[in-house]
Every structure is written in C-alpha cells, then in structure tokens.
Design a binder for this molecule. Structure first.
Ligand SMILES: C[S@@+](CC[C@H](N)C(=O)[O-])C[C@H]1O[C@@H](n2cnc3c(N)ncnc32)[C@H](O)[C@@H]1O
Length: 417
C-alpha cells in the first residue's frame, strides 16, 4: 500500500530510532491512526505490545493479520479445496516478501514456508484458479463496479454520466468468485476468524494493485483501463512473520472513541492524524466495503444505497474531527488526555495542510508547525522536542512551486506531566 495517503513506510527507520532515543523504557504503543499498519508493524517487530486503530475498516483487517496472528493458518477444513499446481509460484514470491520485510535468514524463511505455509499456498492456488464465470455465483463487483455491469451507472453532481470502471471484466469475475468461496467458508465456519482475515488481507492488498484508480478510490479512470488494472488479479500470501514477541491488537473506531473507552493502557501513543479536509473513509470506501463484504447480512439493501460517482454506501462514511482546522487541536488534546500515555510521538506533515496555504510567488510559512509546537508547550507536558526528517520522496500532495523545505516531515515528542 505504498500509495496510501500519508503512509509512513519510508520513515519507519526514523520513527524507530526517534522512539528508542526519546522513550527508551516504553514497552507498549498505540498507533491510533494506523492506516496501512506499517508503523504498528514496525513497533511490533521491535518487541512492543502493539495496538492499532483506524476509522478505515480495512486497516483493522490488516492489523488482525499482521499484528494479531499467533499461529499460521492451517485451513484444516479446506483439504478438498487445496491445489498443488499453479502458474505463479506463490512460495517464491512469499520468500522474497519475507526477506524484504524481516531481518531473518533465507534458510529460516524457506523452512518456515515449507513447514507452516504449504496449506495456505494450496488454498490460495485454488482461489487463484477461479477465473471462469460460475453459474452459482452472484457477480456483485462485476455488476456494480465495472463497465460491464447493469448497476454501475452513475450521474455526477455536474451531470456527467457513465458507468463505474474500477476493474477489468476478468478481475471483477475473479474477485466475485473468490468472495463466493470466502463467504461460504466463513459463514459455515469452515475457516477460523484468523484464516478469514488472512485471506481478506490478501484480497485487500491485491485490489490496491489491480484497481483502475490513481491511488485512492475516490474516483476511477473514467474511460479506459490503465495497465495495472489489466494485470491478472493474483492473490499473494501475506508476508507475516510470527515471532515469540507479544501479540498485537487492532480496532476500528473513531480515535476519540477508542481513547475515551480508556481500556488501552500504553506507554507510547503514536499519532499520525490527517492534516487536511480529506475524509479517508470516502477515499478508501471500496477497501472498506471489501473488508466487510462477506459479513453484510442483507447485501441487497446495502447495495441499493450505493451513491455518489464513486459508489459508496453513505452509512459507511465517517467524518473525522481531525479533518477540520477548527476542531483539530481540541480533538488532539481530548484524545491525549483520555489515552493518558507516558509519551507521545506525533508525525507532522509540513506541506499544504489545515493551516498552511500560499499562492504562487508568496513566501512560504509553516503556520501549522507553530500551532502544533505551541500545543506541545502547554502545561500538559513536561518535556517536548521535535526532529525534522527531510526525505526526497514521492509526495502525492506536492505541486509545482512547492519548495522542499515546507514539505518536511517532522516528528514531535512530548512527555506528559
Ligand atoms: C496520515 S494517515 C495514517 C497513515 C499511517 N500512519 C500509515 O503509515 O499508513 C491518517 C489515518 O487516520 C485515519 N483517521 C482519520 N480520522 C480518524 C479518526 N477520527 N479516528 C480514527 N482514524 C482516523 C484515516 O483513516 C487514516 O488512515
């Protein structure tokens, strides 16, 4: 999920060392705006008791797999669905992904894949073989989200009409086929919760790669299918490495609600909030739909409500206080008070945000930085500092004329009184 808005994948080493230096005795962490869960995963690998939370439902699915899995799935009841052969070598791909993400030797990884993941590979081979139209399957994704559907029509506020175009025909057929089996296995309890989330994680990650969108799902390429969406959808095994360290936990709720429940006691609160008006639940609605698809009791009623050009059920929309400039600091303070950790680390993005606006030719000022810094100077805190991380990185919000100094990422540290 490299294109997830604001994801901190390239900053993981910086966050890791910043936490080590500033919070040396911290043993538990809550990543309260976890998104891709990349940061929470890094903390888990470092041995922290880790909690993730995000308003986006798909984030919890990833969390359940990458943080919460305590044994590799065996898929004991799916023996009759296991397929040995496949055109794509899932084991090789998994070994490569594990090597990339974890500091473990290749021989250890090969041993792990051979001894613990063979059944997963066989089940995924079966799911990946489902390319043909099947008479018993209801083709929801094909019907509602592609040009070939009968229910994919949209009319925009400006009067533009068309059909949603999120998937190629072949990929939509395969997605519906995969969901047919996933749903029936899950509802008949042939797979456990964690096996269900393991497969769902793979579906979410693959949809991100083959959907006909430019990074977010707020819109799709209207008139053609881009090369990524013409690639075959092919489920990969999630690259999870289970070690002997503490288990992780994941939630899906408003950060303010999770904080106010006051049942997660952590040493460190990591905060990576949105810094602009974009509501993530709208931008990633399709992943959130996929995350709950197999569990929706009355799918027809749910689908009847799909709205907007993008095709989202408005009941799934969530408005975050952190997306409003006037509510941001108050919401931040309330959340911190309720969680009451020992330490805070907060990522801050110094580009165009709630407070920073400028026109071409104007002197750039990072007003937001001063507002956040003022907040950490309040009586609530006994220590605070910050570090600037300048990364030459792809910046999805960058515009012509935006100077590099203002798109710095910062890490704020604060210790509570
Ligand atoms: C900048 S992104 C976090 C990215 C994440 N650190 C990563 O590396 O992928 C902000 C996240 O906050 C979530 N979010 C926004 N408002 C929220 C709220 N009130 N409660 C919970 N999550 C919220 C969004 O869904 C989004 O995933």
């Amino acid at each position: 999920m490299e294109k997830y808005l604001g994801n901190k994948r390239v900053l993981l080493d910086d966050i890791k060392s910043f936490a080590k230096v500033n919070c040396p005795d911290a043993k538990s962490v809550l990543d309260i705006f976890s998104g891709t869960t990349n940061v929470a995963r890094m903390f888990k690998q470092e041995g922290y008791v880790t909690y993730s939370n995000d308003a986006n439902r798909f984030s919890q699915v990833l969390g359940k797999t990458y943080l919460g899995l305590s044994t590799y799935p065996e898929f004991e009841s799916l023996k009759s669905f296991m397929v040995n052969e496949s055109k794509f070598l899932l084991a090789d791909r998994l070994i490569k992904d594990l090597l990339k993400n974890y500091n473990i030797s290749e021989s250890e990884i090969r041993e792990l894949v051979d001894s613990r993941l063979t059944n997963s590979i066989r089940v995924f081979n079966f799911l990946n073989s489902l390319t043909e139209v099947l008479p018993f399957v209801t083709y929801t994704f094909l019907d509602y989200y592609t040009q070939y559907g009968t229910k994919s029509y949209f009319k925009s506020m400006r009067g533009t009409e068309g059909k949603r175009n999120y998937f190629s025909k072949d990929n939509a057929i395969k997605l519906d086929n995969i969901f047919y089996y996933l749903k029936s296995w899950y509802s008949s309890k042939m797979i456990s919760e964690s096996e269900y989330h393991f497969i769902l994680t793979s579906i979410i990650e693959e949809v991100v790669l083959v959907a006909n969108v430019n990074g977010t799902f707020h819109d799709f390429n209207r008139n053609k299918l881009w090369p990524n969406s013409l690639q075959d959808m092919y489920l990969k095994i999630p690259a999870v490495y289970i070690n002997s360290g503490p288990k992780g936990f994941s939630f899906c709720d408003d950060a303010l609600v999770v904080a106010s429940k006051n049942n997660i006691k952590v040493d460190l609160l990591y905060i990576d909030p949105p810094y602009n008006f974009r509501q993530y639940t709208a931008y990633y609605h399709l992943l959130n739909f996929i995350a709950c698809y197999a569990e929706i009791p009355d799918l027809d009623s749910y689908l009847d409500k799909l709205s907007f050009v993008r095709g989202q059920n408005p009941d799934d929309d969530f408005t975050s206080d952190f997306c409003f400039r006037d509510k941001f600091i108050h919401a931040l303070d309330k959340m911190v008070c309720d969680v009451d950790p020992k330490y805070i680390i907060m990522s801050y993005y110094g580009g165009r945000n709630h407070w920073n606006h400028w026109s071409k030719g104007e002197e750039l000022q990072d007003f937001g930085f001063n507002i956040v810094q003022d907040y950490f100077q309040s009586d609530r805190y006994c220590e605070h500092s910050y570090s600037s991380i300048v990364k030459l990185r792809q910046n999805y919000q960058s515009r012509v004329g935006e100077k590099k100094k203002i798109i710095d990422e910062y890490l704020f540290f604060a210790k509570l009184n």
